[in-house]
Design a protein around this ligand. Structure first.
Ligand code: G6Q
Length: 549
C-alpha cells in the first residue's frame, strides 16, 4: 500500500458508519436479532471465537473486510509466507511460519530452501532433549541434569516462559525449568541459592549473543558453575546456546554440538518456534513441542485459506482497528480464564506492542492515525477482584479478549464450572450493563428503603455496551496453545498491514541501550560525562555517592 489507510474508500465509509453504530446498544442488538451469536462466531484450527458482543452489525463486518482487501492484505500475507523480504528496514524475510511448516514443500529465501536446515535443528533438539530427559547425557561429575536455566530476555525469554507455564501438565517429574532474564543480580542470585551446579544446565538464549543482560547473566552463571565444580572444563557439559551468532557462542566456550542455530528471518518475539523453544522441549518433551508446531501450522493454514469473514486472525485484527481508529480505544485487555496462561498477556504485550507500536509508515512518513494499542491483562478470576471495576464503570472503555479452555487439567470439585461461569458472566455484564430501573428493582427486592435506594442508584448503574471477544479452547494442550499463539501473531500482522507499518523491526528499543552503555562507562570513570542533562547527571552522581548522598 503506497497511500495512507485513511485515504482508502472503506476507511472513509467506516468513519460515517461508526456514527450510525454509535447510537446502538449491544443489549438492543441482541434483543432484536436471535441469530446474532450464530452469525458472529467462527471456528478455526480447533479454536472457537464468539465476536457477537462487539459494536458491529453486518455492514460493519463488510466494510472492515473491504478495508483489509483495499489495504492489500492478501498480497502481503502471500509475501510473508513466500519468504519475501517484507521486513524492509532490516532487509529480511519474516518466516517464523516456516519453523512450523509441516508440509513437505520447500520455503525459499533468496532461492534457497530453508526447510532442510529447520528439520536438522529440530532433529538436534529432539536428540538433545531426549538425552537430557532420560539421564543419558549427564553433568561433569556424572550426575543427571535436574534443573534447566534459560538465560535470555525479551523474545528469548517471554515466549518459552509463557509456554512452559502453560504446558505444566505435560511436564514429567524429572526436570525443573527456570527463566532468568533481568540484569538485576537478584534474579540470578536468588535462583542460584537453590541450585546444585552438578545437576544444572544453563541455556544461553540469545539471537544476537550480544545482549548485555543475557551475557552478564551467562558470565555470572559460568563463574558460579566453575567455582562450584572446580573446573573450567565443566562448562562444556553444563551450557548450551541458542543463537544465530555462532562466533559468539564459540567465544563463550560452548561446544558446537551444544549450539542450536536459527536464522535472521526469525524475529525475537516470534522465536519460540525455533531453537529458542529448547527449554519447552526439555520441559515437556519433543513430541509435545512438535504438537505445538502442529497447532501453529493449523492456524497458518486457516489464516491463509479461510475467507475474511470466517478468518479468526482477520476478524480479530479488524475489530482491533475498528476500536483503535474509529472509536479511540487506547488499550486492549487480554483475560485468560486459565491460571496456566498467567504469562500469556505478558507475551502478547511484547508481540503486539513491539510489532505495532510504530509512528512511521512503510514509506518512512509520519503517521497521523492511531496504531498499536496498549496491551495488558491478567488471568481471571483474579482480575475481577482487581481492575475489572475500571472495565465495567470507568470513564474509558477497553475491548477485552476472554480466553477459556472448556476442560481443565485439574478437575477439582466444582472449580472449573465456577471459572467458566465467571468468565461468561463478565462478558455478559460488560455487554448488557445494568439500567437504573434494574438497580432500583434489585434494591427494593432486597428490602432497602426508598431514600437509600435512590442515593445508590447512580452508583449501581453499569452502562454496558462494552465489547469483548470470547475464545474457547477444548482444553489447553500443546496443539491448542500453538494455534492460540499463532492466532495472535497473525492478528498483529493483519493490523500492521492495515496501519501500513513494519511489524517486524524494533528500532524503539535501541536508544535506551546506547545511552545505558554510556552511563555504564560513567560508573567506571566515577563521574558523569559532560553532555548529560542536569537530571541524568544528578542521578548518576547520587548513584556514585551511594544511597545516602
Ligand atoms: C524481540 C526483540 C527483543 C529481543 C531481545 C533479546 O523481537 O528483538 O525482545 O528478543 O532483545 O535479544 P537477543 O535474543 O538477541 O538476546
Amino acid at each position: 500500500m503506497q497511500g495512507r489507510p485513511t485515504e482508502l474508500p472503506a476507511w472513509r465509509s467506516l468513519r460515517d458508519h461508526q456514527r450510525t453504530v454509535a447510537g446502538m446498544h449491544l443489549r438492543e442488538l441482541f434483543a432484536a436479532d436471535p441469530g446474532r451469536f450464530d452469525r458472529f462466531s467462527v471456528q478455526g484450527a480447533g479454536l472457537f471465537l464468539d465476536f457477537s458482543k462487539h459494536r458491529i452489525v453486518d455492514e460493519t463486518l463488510g466494510l472492515l473486510t473491504a478495508l483489509a482487501g483495499q489495504a492489500g492484505l492478501d498480497a502481503r500475507r502471500q509475501a510473508m509466507f513466500s519468504g519475501d523480504p517484507i521486513n524492509v528496514t532490516e532487509s529480511r524475510a519474516v518466516l517464523h511460519t516456516a519453523l512450523r511448516n509441516r508440509s513437505s514443500g520447500p520455503v525459499l529465501v533468496d532461492g534457497v530452501d530453508v526447510m532442510p536446515a529447520i528439520r536438522r535443528v529440530l532433529g538436534q533438539m529432539r536428540a538433545f532433549s531426549e538425552a537430557i530427559r532420560s539421564g543419558r547425557s549427564v553433568g561433569h561429575g556424572g550426575q543427571p541434569i535436574r534443573d534447566v536455566v534459560n538465560l535470555g530476555i525479551g523474545g528469548s525469554d517471554l515466549g518459552p516462559l509463557m509456554a512452559c507455564e502453560a504446558l505444566e501438565p505435560y511436564a514429567g517429574a524429572g526436570l525443573r525449568v527456570h527463566f532468568v532474564s533481568n540484569v538485576d543480580g537478584a534474579h540470578l542470585g536468588r535462583l542460584l541459592k537453590r541450585l546444585d551446579p552438578a545437576s544444572t544446565l544453563f541455556i544461553v538464549a540469545s539471537k544476537t549473543f550480544t545482549t548485555q543482560e543475557t551475557l552478564a547473566n551467562a558470565h555470572s552463571a559460568r563463574t558460579w558453575l566453575v567455582s562450584g565444580l572446580g573446573s573450567e572444563s565443566a562448562v562444556a557439559k553444563h551450557f548450551a546456546a541458542l543463537s544465530t551468532n555462532l562466533q559468539g557462542t564459540a567465544a563463550f566456550g560452548i561446544p558446537d554440538d551444544r549450539v542450536f542455530a536459527f536464522w535472521d528471518w526469525v524475529g525475537g518475539r516470534y522465536s519460540l518456534w525455533s531453537a529458542i523453544g529448547l527449554s519447552i522441549a526439555l520441559y515437556v518433551g519433543m513430541d509435545n513441542f512438535d504438537a505445538m508446531l502442529d497447532g501453529g501450522c493449523a492456524m497458518d493454514q486457516h489464516f491463509r485459506g479461510a475467507p475474511p469473514e470466517q478468518n479468526l486472525p482477520v476478524i480479530m485484527g479488524l475489530l482491533g482497528v475498528w476500536y483503535r481508529d474509529f472509536w479511540g480505544a487506547a488499550s486492549h485487555a487480554i483475560l485468560p480464564y486459565d491460571q496456566s496462561l498467567h504469562r500469556f498477556a505478558a507475551h502478547l504485550q511484547q508481540l503486539d506492542m513491539e510489532s505495532n507500536g510504530k509512528r512511521t509508515d512503510l514509506q518512512g512518513r509520519d503517521i497521523d492515525y492511531p496504531t498499536g494499542p496498549v496491551i495488558w491483562g491478567e488471568p481471571g478470576t483474579n482480575g475481577q477482584h482487581a481492575f475489572f471495576q475500571h472495565l465495567h464503570q470507568g470513564t474509558d472503555w477497553t475491548p477485552c479478549d476472554f480466553i477459556l479452555p472448556l476442560r481443565s487439567h485439574y478437575p477439582l470439585g466444582d472449580h472449573h464450572r465456577m471459572l467458566m461461569a465467571n468468565c461468561f458472566a463478565q462478558s455478559q455484564a460488560l455487554m448488557q450493563g445494568r439500567t437504573a430501573e434494574e438497580a432500583r428493582a434489585e434494591m427494593r427486592a432486597q428490602g432497602r428503603d426508598a431514600a437509600a435506594t435512590e442515593r445508590l442508584v447512580p452508583h449501581k448503574v453499569f452502562p454496558g455496551n462494552r465489547p469483548s471477544s470470547t475464545l474457547l479452547l477444548p482444553q489447553l494442550t500443546p496443539y491448542t496453545l500453538g494455534a492460540l499463539i499463532a492466532l495472535y501473531e497473525h492478528k498483529v500482522f493483519v493490523q500492521g498491514t492495515i496501519w501500513n507499518v513494519n511489524s517486524f523491526d524494533q528500532w524503539g528499543v535501541e536508544l535506551g541501550k546506547v545511552l545505558a552503555g554510556r552511563i555504564l562507562q560513567d560508573f567506571g570513570n566515577g563521574v558523569p560525562a559532560s553532555g548529560h542533562d542536569a537530571s541524568t547527571a544528578g542521578l548518576i552522581r547520587r548513584a556514585l555517592g551511594g544511597a545516602g548522598s
